[in-house]
Design a protein around this ligand. Structure first.
Ligand code: GTP
Ligand code: MG
Length: 643
């Protein structure tokens, strides 16, 4: 049977019957704490499982998160609804749309929840307040929203009315929804962390974005702490792996619970190592709900430099808001800004968040992360402003996000670009190939580059090579090490991609240098006499020429010698020993002939045979050893091929 996993969260005003409804649907009492029992309200998140048959024989395994409705616990409510597929918004028939019904609705909207089913609870109170009137009030509240057409189902846990209808309605809703996205980037936002005797640390949360496996190494963010998953459970069942949309418990025996940097706690995120780290500056698109009523305190314009709480995943951190342009954000408005966080968050491009005031009384805004690696100093640089403007208009468009990233940074490793985003590696790769030739270039399959920035880099490189040819026509080209230093040390793979790109476009590698393919090194006339002098000196005593420093004494001679070496006419035998190519070949033959005849020979025998000096023969033999011609055994040389 096809099992699909979804997460549903309740929402709605205090005392409207959320927990009672979850109990009627699942049999689970989600209010477990003594304080919850005593006060008859929900304080902490509660969890239950509902298995629903689908219309086509499928089975929906629904993890339910039951949230508190009381205004003092909105913080817990937000932590429960960070990664939900569907909201079950509860409105009591005897009370109607109330302040936390509204606040929860705004929070869910800020967090991007698009699917709602509305339960009109306590329908047994219908005589006091006819359901039709409340239904009309609810429709009124939903008008113009994504949830305007949501089903409104009267229910009563007293009479049992509507419970089966609600189950069918939920199943039909799930049947039209795609399963939670698996984009290969798992994150489990921890909502509970505790220690079990004999088992050790256990954390629970809603898993999103990818899979986690038993035995897998994971990393806890933001403290970047490694751990290994010993076991996984979901709703009390052991699993080999868990996927997105599942309530998930992980046993992490290697780490302890606490607030120190080597411990984990509620609010932290379990993820995998290759997704980068956390950051303390987020560039974001902020919005303030158009639903806020002008007289509400929450409706006051959000001013630049305000201190707020940012709620992301199951955590919240203090932050200062800095707008890019505006001085304040009013209801129904959007603005690009930067969240300067007091402590780091593990956020992705595309993540949503909620903003509350510092006294934690009001939900005042929400938004979406446009760039998880904000830069405080360069926030208003033109490259940054362009990136933010493009993404603010289309934060879910992978092409836009990719193009803007490359336009800002120039080049990046194609497997690392947009790593901390809600796009999968496949989506990014597909976007890269779509954008090839449209402002983006992919080089050697591994470097993604902004086409214009790449052209610039190539232009700079070819200008440097041409300059070298012009200034030093006697040289074979520009040494790669010099080119790299002049281009301010690009990373290895960018530099290699640049060299191969140049080599496909009119340049060629010549040993450790690069040159125009058409370049032929020539000695300028004023240096030719110096070259002649070197030739003459080397030819006078071909096997025992003078030391290099005696041959080369001025700049012109240095230039001439470099030319002769690069052309292969002169061989550098040792640091202070040069011989002509012809002499080198003859000495090599003589060494081979002598050893062939005698099986082996000492340095001194070979020196006498060649009538040369130790200064020449020692480095010559070392070079022949390195070249695989001879082999040194003790103080004897044999031919390398003999053994
Ligand atoms: N008559 C009647 N009472 C109900 C119904 N559903 C819930 N109640 C009562 O309403 C009260 C509140 O119910 P809860 O389920 O705790 O409400 P809640 O929305 O979970 O409250 P918080 O979690 O604190 O926000 C309880 O006394 C329930 O017995 C119903 O369908 N009919
Ligand atoms: Mg409750």
């Amino acid at each position: 049977m096809l099992e699909t996993h979804f997460i549903l969260a309740t929402a709605g005003h205090v005392d409207h019957g959320k927990s009672a409804l979850v109990k009627a649907l699942t049999g689970t009492d989600t209010d477990r704490l003594p304080e919850e029992k005593a006060r008859k309200i929900t304080i902490e998140l509660g969890f239950a499982q509902l298995i629903l048959p689908g219309p086509k024989g499928q089975e929906f395994h629904v993890g339910i998160v039951d949230v508190p409705g009381h205004e003092d616990f909105v913080r817990n409510m937000i932590a429960g609804v960070g990664s939900v597929d569907l909201a079950l918004l509860v409105v009591a028939a005897d009370d109607g749309w109330m302040p936390q019904t509204e606040e929860h609705m705004q929070i869910l909207t800020y967090l991007g929840v698009k699917r709602f089913v509305i339960a009109l609870t306590k329908s047994d109170f219908g005589k006091i307040n006819p359901p039709r009137r409340i239904t009309a009030q609810i429709r009124d509240q939903l008008r113009g929203t994504a949830s305007a057409e949501s089903l409104i189902i009267p229910t009563s846990v007293r009479s049992g009315e509507g419970i089966e209808h609600l189950k069918r309605a939920l199943a039909l809703e799930f049947a039209t929804m795609p399963p939670p996205r698996d984009f290969g980037k798992p994150r489990l936002f921890i909502d509970r962390a505790f220690t079990l005797g004999g088992i050790g640390t256990v954390v629970t949360g809603t898993l999103t974005g990818g899979e986690l496996r038993r035995g897998q190494s994971v990393v806890t963010q933001p403290q970047n702490l490694s751990a290994r998953i010993r076991s996984i459970q979901s709703h009390g069942h052991d699993l080999d792996f868990a996927g997105p949309g599942r309530r998930t418990a992980l046993n992490l025996p290697d780490v302890s619970i606490g607030t120190r940097s080597n411990a984990i706690k509620r609010g932290d995120v379990i993820s995998v190592a290759d997704l980068g780290g956390s950051s303390t500056t987020l560039n974001v698109l902020l919005e303030k709900s158009p639903r806020l009523k002008r007289k509400d305190s929450a409706a006051r314009p959000l001013k630049n430099e305000t201190s707020v709480y940012v709620h992301h995943g199951t955590t919240r951190v203090s932050a200062r808001i800095v707008f890019l342009g505006e001085s304040a954000l009013g209801c129904g408005e959007r603005a690009i800004g930067q969240l300067r966080l007091r402590s780091p968050l593990f956020a992705f491009l595309g993540d949503r968040f909620v903003i509350r005031d510092p006294s934690e009384q009001y939900t005042i805004a929400g938004g979406i992360v446009l760039d998880p690696d904000g830069d405080r100093e360069n926030f208003r640089s033109s490259a940054q402003v362009q990136l933010l403007a493009a993404r603010a208009a289309a934060p879910d468009d992978v092409d836009v996000c990719l193009q803007s990233e490359l336009a800002r940074c120039g080049f990046a490793q194609s497997t690392k670009v947009l790593l901390r985003s809600n796009f999968s590696a496949d989506e990014i790769a597909a976007a890269l190939s779509r954008l090839q030739g449209r402002g983006v270039r992919v080089l050697r399959g591994e470097i993604a580059a902004d086409a214009e920035k790449w052209r610039d880099l190539r232009r700079r490189a070819s200008a440097l090579i041409d300059q070298r040819h012009e200034k030093h026509p006697e040289q074979r080209g520009l040494e790669l090490a010099d080119l790299r230093a002049a281009l301010r040390d690009q990373p290895d793979n960018v530099f290699e991609a640049l060299i191969s790109d140049l080599c496909e476009n009119g340049f060629a590698r010549v040993g450790p240098a690069i040159a125009r393919a058409s370049h032929r090194a020539t000695l300028p006339p004023q240096i030719q006499p110096a070259a002649e002098k070197i030739r003459t000196l080397l030819a006078a005593k071909p096997f025992d020429p003078p030391a290099r420093k005696e041959i080369v004494q001025d700049r012109q001679q240095q230039q001439a010698l470099r030319f002769l070496i690069e052309q292969g006419e002169v061989i550098e035998v040792g640091r202070d020993t040069i011989v002509s190519h012809e002499s080198f070949a003859r000495m090599r033959e003589a060494v081979i002939a002598f050893i062939s005849k005698n099986e082996s020979a000492t340095v001194s025998q070979l020196r006498q045979e060649l009538e040369t000096s130790r200064r020449v023969i020692v480095p010559l033999l070392e070079q022949l050893d390195r070249g695989g011609v001879t082999r040194r055994i003790g103080d004897q040389r044999t031919l390398a091929g003999q053994l």
